[in-house]
Design a binder for this molecule. Structure first.
Ligand code: LLP
Length: 424
């Protein structure tokens, strides 16, 4: 459920008209809804109320500090995958003790920084990383709390580029090597083995892959216990999908997901750590764009808008579907026509929708690309020397620009000419 609805004939984020935001900040822009963010967090927290659970928001999904601070106020921890994300989470006021550092390739400098901050722990993805972390931590006279990420070789039944739990994926250590690695970890200085981590993929829309993975997680936790390794937590990753096509493709409700976790892991006496990203922020955000022109091609109608693949990469990278809603509700009553909604970038892959039935559109029409709050702004680039899109956070009947549109001086002025090309 989200808080983007038509009121008085125009699309609103909560009680703020998106057209009014467009007037104030120009297009394109991302708009996030506080009420939607809070609702998703609370639905998930409620689903896990009977377990000792820590919800660590996956910062990679949306790293705007206003979003992080909204989450932190509700009590969320954070899952970070780089020093940059760690710094953002800290800047947004997240206590270090609630931050988990994951990621397949942490540098020694990043490990040292995270240790100096006093984070909750590291999710370690390989033997060399475990050894490096031991060296860094013991060199600093510290102890790193570690969960090994185990790859269960489970098919998450999602897009190949966002599946992480198959044996051919680069993530984690093979399930069959895990016990041996825990035994090694138990001998290493500066390492405290505290958990097991598993994350099998993203935009997962069935419970069975979770069930398969958590069954293996359970078996490993019991084996490690009998090996004498005293764990404190199980990190079950993120991955729960969101409905990209309205109510037509509803993923499992958090209650059903929590029931699977409780059934398979609830009796182990271990804390449960979750790393949700998309399900918290996915449909809490939209990308608002303006139609530049409509071009009748030989075979197709191209609606050219001012947002492009550099602003929202998901359609071209993952063949992802995002619903598109005109801001003017009256448009929806018009007979739809098939069209491609494309951006101005010089790539054939630059589209937000292909062969989509939408009302006939004209220059100046405003559109909302729905469910763009996760992996939207964070994956944006300045390709074609386009300015990064500003971000706006709505809260009830007010909004604030939480990342302004940069100036062309910010963008172009970042380059430096070498002495041999400079006239100065
Ligand atoms: N934990 C780990 C270790 C992860 O790798 C991820 C996402 C998450 C948690 C959060 O997963 P979520 O709950 O958001 O599904 N850019 C792609 C998604 C990449 C996901 C990467 N890892 C997209 O736009 O679909």
């Amino acid at each position: 459920m989200h808080h983007f609805t038509y009121k008085s004939g125009t699309l609103h984020a909560e009680d703020v008209s998106l057209a009014a935001i467009a007037d104030a900040v120009g297009t394109p822009f991302y708009a996030y809804s506080t009420a939607t963010l809070e609702r998703h967090y609370q639905v998930l927290a409620h689903a896990f109320r009977d377990l000792d659970a820590l919800i660590c928001f996956a910062v990679k999904a949306n790293s705007n500090q206003a979003v992080l601070a909204t989450m932190a106020r509700l009590g969320a921890g954070m899952d970070v995958v780089s020093e940059g994300e760690l710094r953002r989470a800290r800047a947004a006021g997240v206590p270090a003790s609630k931050i988990i550092f994951a990621g397949v390739g942490k540098t020694r400098a990043e490990m040292a920084y995270a240790l100096s901050e006093g984070i909750h722990g590291f999710n370690v993805e390989s033997e060399p990383e475990l050894i490096a972390l031991s060296e860094v931590a013991s060199g600093l006279g510290q102890t790193a709390s570690v969960a090994l990420r185990v790859n269960p070789d489970v098919d998450a039944k999602t897009h190949a580029k966002i599946s992480t739990g198959k044996s051919e994926n680069k993530f984690g250590v093979p399930y069959s090597d895990a016990r041996e690695l825990y035994a090694l970890g138990a001998t290493l200085p500066g390492i405290k083995l505290s958990g097991i981590h598993m994350h099998i993929g993203s935009q997962i829309t069935e419970l069975q892959p979770f069930r398969d993975a958590f069954g293996l997680l359970r078996a490993l936790a019991l084996q490690l216990k009998s090996d004498g390794i005293a764990l404190e937590h199980l990190d079950i990753g993120g991955g729960l999908g969101v409905p990209y096509r309205g109510t037509n493709d509803m993923p499992p409700h958090p209650d059903a997901y929590a029931a699977v976790v409780t059934e398979l892991l609830g009796d182990l006496g271990l804390k449960i750590v979750l790393e949700p990203g998309r399900m918290i922020v996915g449909n809490a955000g939209v990308l608002v764009t303006c139609v530049i022109a409509v071009k009748e091609g030989a075979d197709k109608t191209f609606t050219i808008v001012d947002a492009a693949m550099n602003d929202l990469l998901r359609p071209t990278l993952y063949e992802a579907h995002h619903d598109i809603w005109p801001l003017a509700e009256g448009k929806s009553a018009m007979a739809p026509v098939q069209q491609d909604v494309v951006g101005p970038v010089c790539e054939t892959g630059d589209y937000l929708a292909q062969d989509r039935a939408l009302p006939p559109l004209v220059s100046g029409d405003l559109l909302a690309v729905m469910t763009a709050g996760a992996y939207g702004a964070v994956m944006a680039s300045t390709y074609n020397t386009r300015l990064l899109v500003p971000e706006v956070l709505v809260n009830g009947d007010v909004f604030a620009v939480v990342r302004p549109r940069p100036s062309y001086d910010d963008l172009i002025g970042a380059d430096r000419l070498p002495p041999w090309l400079s006239n100065a």
